[in-house]
Write a protein that binds this ligand. Structure first.
Ligand code: SF4
Length: 230
């Protein structure tokens, strides 16, 4: 009788790399990548819950994509010669394992690459630093109130580790801190300034809080239900 059972050795299925989950796209910006005309790709997902987050729809890692990575590449293909660079922002771009390949895709098309990050994944930042022409590092708060501002523990040490990596590799960068007196006091802000000065940070900017943020309540410091989002 013919043996019809399968006796062939199992074949491993090909590994399928995930594509970048994209929560939005700005076709043209002059302010998000210094001295370059750029598009901004907003990456879906963020592990933090900052009290003033102005992109709350980008926080859920499994939020519905605004467009596919292939659609982003198709758009960029039409912008060759018109744009200088592409900014990966978020959300938190380094959350996604697909980020390095997405950056390589963009570089292969001839664009320069910038990253906006809050620096909570220094190991992942180290992986993509060789692919970057510029980094905007958000330093959310000084050590004493970092956990409260971002709604997560032990982030400050990670951000400082990311800053050390950026400074050591010599890539162009800017540190940015959003501050108003409702968030924390000037003494704490001075503490942060001193820490950055000790590290020889040469580019540090103060960002203005957008009061229209749906997550920000200037009386309470945060909106109710904010920490229960994801
Ligand atoms: S790091 Fe903070 S501000 Fe940025 S996307 Fe995440 S929660 Fe929002």
């Amino acid at each position: 009788m013919q043996n019809v059972s399968s006796s062939s050795s199992p074949v491993n299925p090909p590994e399928i790399m995930p594509s970048l989950k994209v929560g939005g796209l700005t076709p043209l910006t002059t302010i998000d990548f210094p001295d370059r005309l750029s598009a901004v790709v907003f990456c879906q997902g963020c592990p933090w819950r900052c009290v003033y987050c102005h992109n709350p729809h980008l926080i859920p890692a499994n939020g519905p994509p605004a467009l596919t990575w292939e659609e982003v590449l198709s758009f960029l293909d039409c912008r060759r010669g018109l744009l200088d660079g592409v900014v990966f922002s978020g959300g938190e771009p380094t959350l996604q394992s697909a980020l390095p390949q997405a950056m390589r895709d963009v570089r292969d098309m001839g664009f320069e690459v910038a990253l906006h990050t809050a620096g909570m994944y220094p190991d992942r930042l180290a992986t993509v630093l060789p692919l970057l022409d510029w980094v905007g590092l958000d330093i959310k708060a000084p050590a004493s109130c970092h956990d409260a501002i971002v709604g997560a523990p032990k982030g400050y040490e990670r951000v400082m580790a990311s800053l050390d990596l950026i400074l050591a590799c010599g890539v162009d960068y800017e540190c940015r801190t959003t501050w108003t007196p409702e968030l924390y006091g000037t003494e704490e802000l001075a503490d942060l300034a001193q820490e950055l000065a000790r590290k020889d940070v040469s580019h540090w900017s103060h960002q203005i809080l957008r009061p229209a943020s749906p997550r920000y309540d200037s009386n309470a410091g945060r909106t109710s239900g904010f920490l229960t989002g994801m």
